[in-house]
Design a protein around this ligand. Sequence first.
Ligand code: URA
Length: 308
Amino acid sequence: MRPVVPRALDPASRDALAERMRFYRDLGLTDFYRRDVEPDAAVGDPKLDRSVAEELAEREALLDLAIADAAQSEGAPGPSHLGTAEGKQSNFFGEEPTIKTRKGFHAPEMGAVVPAEERATALQVIRDDIGDCTRCALHSGRHTIVFGDGSPTARLMFVGEGPGADEDAQGLPFVGRAGQLLNNMIAAMGLKREEVYIANVVKCRPPGNRTPEPEEANTCSQFLFRQIDVVRPQVLVALGATAATYLLGARQPLTGLRGRVHAFRGTSLIVTYHPAFLLRDPRQKKEAWADLQIAMKELGLKKAGNRE
Ligand code: URA
């Protein structure tokens, strides 16, 4: 076996990998293992799938950055380098918001199972039903309705609170800074964003990014329930107190709901912190990672950092 020579990375890839490594470090994952391979053989061999070569390069770079990060971390500033959660600032001041009761809420009856090949169309039907919605006050301030994103046949679905400024502008959930962290969380689980499905309790941006009012959330969540029933993920992850409250109907502190599996509409529901909250208080990432590992176990996924 020839010694492995680290491959040079372009600056954008290096930054992305550095951010991923910081995320792993914040989660408490510091040990990485090098797979014994001949990198040149992998890259140069046309018989090998290009994605294998790319993965090898990425793993090598992760290893190098892990070492560089570890070397820098002594005396370096803590995870606060992540800064603040753009577009969600008013909601998160060091703790998840307390959500008012779900007065007037009735969870709709669970929909019939939709065959996998019909799920994309079924989601489009829900989107068409929403139309150019004016059902609640949020419509007046929105730029775009943010319906959802990802695979209609996903085994894993995430539910957030509501669009922020970036999402309102782009029409997609979790595309701002909190979205970057969610992408890292998904990657740390060994998945790609396109493999999961992501939606929110409310589909229009609350003014000033405030927590949705019960009337707004209750009005809009009927569509979320229909999305869940169509996608029928094996595992549903509620991101933060708003998602947990309006899915479970439980007005409990988040800490009482985290760390276990809730049976919910035919799925395993796991409650964890909202990524915007984690950006404000990165010390909780370890806790979030523990929650994600419960989700991974439910899905039969291997722990990141494992050799097997
Ligand atoms: N926060 C959310 O809850 N949802 C988004 O889509 C973005 C930020």
